[in-house]
Structures are given as C-alpha cells and as structure tokens.
Design a protein. Structure first.
Ligand code: SF4
Lengths: 164, 424
C-alpha cells in the first residue's frame, strides 16, 4: 500500500449512499470484478465508471455504504478506479469489507472537510502524516488516523495477508 | 458486562472486555448463501492460484449454506453459481446445504432460527447483513463480507471491535394490530439509519416478555437498518421453549450483569404506539399510517426474512380471511417449513381465496432480483426491511415498509390503510 496517493476527486455530497445505489441487487450474481465495475454507482450516476480514472478518490456525505454486506460494493468502486473514500462516517460492514479485502481506503474526515473539497479537485492523501492536501485549492486538512489494527491490515494489503 | 460483552469476552478467552477493545474472537457458527458463497469460493480460488492448498476448511460441521437470493434460478448465471456452490460444499464436506427443491430450504436468516442452527451464547457470523436477526436467540450474530467469511472458514476466528450497547426498554402491553415491525420502524425513525453505527442494539422490558420469538426476530432483523453491529435479546423461557421444539443440543446461555453499562438507554411506551410505516427511500423515513391514509399503491408484498415468518403470515391471513384483495398481492413464506405449516393451518388457502398469489420461499423481490421486480412508476407496500432507491426494482419505484397486518389491510383497499379502520 502506497502511503502517499494522488488523484482527482469525484464528489457526491449526499449522506447515506447505500449499497443498493453503489451496486444494485440484480448484479449480485456477478462475481467478475471488471464486470461489476461497469455498474459502480449505477443507482446514483450511471456515467460514474466513465468519469473515474485509476487512483481517483470519492468524497461523500456521512454513513457511506449503509445497507447490505455485499462485498460487491467496495469491489465495484475499487475496480472502477477509486482508491480512497473521504467521508465523515462509514457503515460498518462496508468499512471492514473495504479494509479486510484490501480494495480501497475508507478515510474519516470532518464534515467541514467534505464541504471544502469540490468535484474535480486534485488531492493528495498522506496516510503516514494523516494529512490531505488539496492541490487545486492549496489547502490542507487532517484525516482521522486509522485505529491500530486497521492500520496494520491496511499495511498488509488486506486481512488475508495479515499475520495475527 | 452486557450480554454482548460477555459473549465476546468468553469467545476471545478474556476475563473482561470493554467497548473499544479489539479482539480476535473464536467463531461458533458460519453461514453463507448463493451471493456471498461464490465470493468466498473466489477468495479460496485466488489463494490456490497463488500456490496455497486448502485440503480442508476449519470446521465443516459449523458451517451451513443456503440458496435464497436467486432461487428458483433466475437465469443461467444464477444456476451456474448454485452449481459451483454445490460442488464446493461437497468438496469440503459441508453437510448442511439447504437446496431449493430438496426438502427444507429457505432464506438464510430464517433457517438459522427455524432449524435452531444458532444457540444462545454463541458467536455467529454470516455472509449477509441481516445476520443480526439471530441475535433474538441470545447469540452474538453479525454480518460480514465474503473475504471475512473466507478468513473464518480458514482460521475459525475473526477480529471484532467490542461495541457499545444501546439499551431499548420496551414498556407496556402491545396493543392489537401493532407488531414488532411498528416498534422497530419507530425506533429507527428516532435514532436514524446511522444511529447505531458500530453499536449493539439490545431490547428488554416487559413488552419483550410478551413477544413470541417470531416477533423478537423482526426487532433484531432490522437493527441492521440503524447501522448496528448486532441486535440482541437476553434468552428466557420463550427462547428455551422455542429451541426445545427444534433441538436437543445443550447450550450455555449468557445474560448481562446487573451493573452492565449502556451507552444510551431509551424507553418506549409500546401501549401508545400507532401503526407505523417507513416511506421511500429510507427505513428511517417513518410516519404514522394514519398520516398517509389514502396513498395509492400497486402491489402488496408479504415476504422476506423480516416479514414472512409463521406469525407474520398468520396475522396477515387473519385480516384477509373472507375478503378480497384490491391490488396485486404476493406472499412468499420465508422457509419451506413455514410454507408447510401455513398450508396445514389453512393460511395459504386464506391467501389464495383472497386473490393473492403464494410463491416459493426466496429472497426474490425483496432485493429486486427477480420474482416480481417493480417497474418505474410502481408503488409497493412491503413487509421487507429496506426501501432504498432501486431496492425492489426500478430506481424510481417506491416502497413503503410496514407490518404484515398493515400490508394486508392495504392490500384490501389498494391504499395505505390503518388496519384498525377496517375492523371498526
Ligand atoms: S429476504 Fe431480503 S433482507 Fe432477507 S436475506 Fe433475503 S434479500 Fe436480504
């Protein structure tokens, strides 16, 4: 896992973006990750997979990923290109799926930080420093540090690689 | 310690845990279904590609597999998934594979209690978010994604952060025409869909003592909709009677200490509760049925792990008896055993006589997969647990979540209806 990542922000400021929106029910039978990526965020923005480039970020309202335990949700987002999500809070299963599967980083930030970042801003996330640098706006924000175990799992690249 | 803390402490070989502790916990039972199962298999396959061999899984006797989301096979992809799942359970000697069309089968959460697969005091994880349901039996039950389930199948343990517990004291006698669904919708409306994020929702109080197991299961099922890690009810004589009808296996119940600490304590006067629904597009968007009287609907759905247990069917049928539905009404019992009992009790005949269709147990329409998907303009009143955009079909279709009694009353009028207005 790289400790400094740079990418473009895709912002959906709504709170409670749920897993049915991120990857609708009919696609749950699909287990091909590339195929799932084509339907990422279909319930909110069908153009999403075409807008995102590898290494981009999502900035969203609170309780992101609420709803079902479908791991298809972080899989679809990460294979569409998203490498980190900045939100004031995440639903618990989405959070642990994202981390344990090693798909992408769920990063908790203040509500105000979400307000300050705009769609298409270029942002740098520095996990070691717990800092987010908005290169477009020349601003810096803090992120909530990962709890100890989460940081270790992130470093290992997922729970399967983590040695207890 | 609370019941949840005590169960987690015992399973992580610690004398004591406090909320916030991260523990690696021994697992007693594991479930996966036809959506999470293929995901688990994929994780195993990827590790085998990297050169790891899995001759066996941790404990095939503690695992069960269900076919529920896409049965009867909705298309070729679904049937291929089920074939892959069947081969996998055979390869690893998992005897409990509940197959569609082969005796008992049904929705994963329904089987966990119908078949007494989970017992009080156990730690149970399932590859589905509503695994919380089984907490009504006094177990720690939590949903996980398929990587975590694969990890459990390899190692027999998984990490948990010990949650804080929110206590919900339910007081008073439950009025007629009010069900557990009304109670939990009211609670979710108050705490919000992220109000219990990372926490435990525990239910207690005199109302709980009057509620049968099917009703208790509705409460814990929908704790997921408030973001809870688990929902739980301390086991009592109702729990024991329920289990003793289904299994002889001894179990070791756990209850909380008298000085257990709760992060929040809520008290609800259930005798004053009104029939309640959640409007589109959130389970937290609740309203009294009375405020929505007259809202026209196209379809009534009685199904899912939340709202198609035996008691749900009984109470819906009681209201429909001798009457005719005005809109399309679909009834899908949650498990084959419930279907059979509903036939024995004449409940299925009541539904058929009323003009409803009764289908095979399946998740089907609950997650918009098949078996009655909603079109763009359609509005449904449903006993299920979620009404996010697109949950039951087209993103613009609308779902109102309600109790089986309210759904039955609404089926009779074609409008959202307070059942008390029909009987008076
Ligand atoms: S019935 Fe609905 S809520 Fe229950 S397990 Fe199936 S899809 Fe999930």
């Amino acid at each position: 896992m790289m400790t400094v990542m740079r990418g473009i922000v895709h912002k959906y400021k709504r709170a409670n973006i749920d897993t049915d929106v991120i990857i609708p029910g009919p696609y749950l039978k699909i287990h091909d990750h590339k195929e799932l990526a084509k339907h990422a965020m279909e319930g909110l923005d069908p153009q999403f997979p075409f807008k995102v480039a590898q290494g981009d970020f999502l900035v969203t309202g609170s309780n992101f990923g609420c709803g079902s335990s479908r791991e298809h949700a972080p899989i679809a987002l990460s294979h569409a290109g998203i490498k980190a999500i900045l939100s004031p809070s995440f639903a618990r299963i989405f959070y642990r799926n994202a981390v344990d599967g090693g798909y992408l980083l769920p990063i908790e930030v203040e509500e105000a930080t979400v307000d300050k970042i705009s769609d298409k801003d270029e942002v740098e996330i520095d996990i070691k420093q717990n800092k987010i640098n908005n290169l477009t706006r020349n601003e810096s924000y803090t992120m909530k540090p990962f709890p100890e175990l989460i940081a270790k799992i992130v470093e290992a690249g997922g729970l399967m690689n983590y040695k207890v | 310690m609370t019941i949840t803390e005590k169960i987690l402490a015992r399973a992580s070989y610690k004398p004591k845990v406090v909320p916030g502790d991260v523990v690696f916990t021994r697992i007693d039972k594991v479930m996966m279904h036809d959506v999470s199962g293929p995901g688990v298999i994929k994780v195993f396959n990827e590790w085998e590609k990297k050169g790891k061999r899995f001759e066996r899984i941790w404990d095939p006797d503690r695992v069960w597999v269900t076919e529920d989301h896409f049965v009867p096979a909705a298309d070729i992809v679904s049937s291929q998934n089920i074939i892959a799942l069947s081969n996998w359970t055979k390869r690893y000697g998992i005897k409990r594979h509940y197959k569609y069309g082969l005796g008992q089968y049904g929705i994963c959460h329904t089987l966990s209690h119908e078949e007494a697969l989970v017992l009080p005091g156990e730690v149970y994880v399932g590859g589905d978010s509503h695994t919380n349901t089984t907490g009504a039996l006094g177990a720690f039950s939590a949903g996980l994604g398929h990587t975590d389930i694969a990890y459990v199948l390899m190692n027999g343990k998984i990490w948990f952060k010990v949650p804080e517990t929110m206590m919900f004291n339910l007081m008073g006698t439950k009025p007629d025409y009010i069900m557990a669904k009304d109670i939990i919708l009211k609670i979710i409306g108050d705490v919000g869909t992220d109000g219990a994020n990372y926490k435990t929702m525990q239910f207690s109080g005199e109302t709980i003592k009057q509620l049968g197991m099917d009703e208790r299961l509705t409460l814990t099922n929908m704790t997921t909709e408030a973001g809870a890690k688990n929902g739980i009810i301390e086991p009592d004589i109702i729990t024991d009677a329920y289990l003793r009808k289904r299994t002889n296996t001894p179990y070791f119940p756990v209850i909380g200490d008298p000085d257990a600490r709760f992060s929040e304590v809520y008290t609800y006067e259930i005798d004053k509760l009104e029939p309640t629904v959640a409007k589109p597009f959130s389970p937290g968007n609740v309203s009294a049925v009375r405020e929505l009287q007259g809202t026209e609907i196209d379809k009534a759905y009685i199904g899912s792990c939340t709202g198609a247990k035996l008691q749900d069917l009984r109470l819906a049928a009681k209201l429909l008896k001798g009457k005719k539905v005005k809109i399309r009404t679909e009834v899908l019992p949650a498990a084959q055993s419930i279907y059979i009992e509903a036939i024995r009790e004449g409940i299925v005949n009541t539904f058929l006589d009323a003009g409803a269709v009764v289908g095979p147990p399946t998740c089907g329409a609950c997650c918009g997969a098949h078996m009655g998907v909603l079109g763009k303009s359609e509005i449904c009143v449903s006993t299920t647990n979620r009404n996010f955009p697109g949950r039951m079909g087209h993103v613009e279709s609308q779902t109102y979540l309600a109790s089986p009694i309210v759904v039955a009353a609404s089926a009779l009028t074609g409008k959202i209806t307070d059942p008390r207005d029909l009987v008076n």
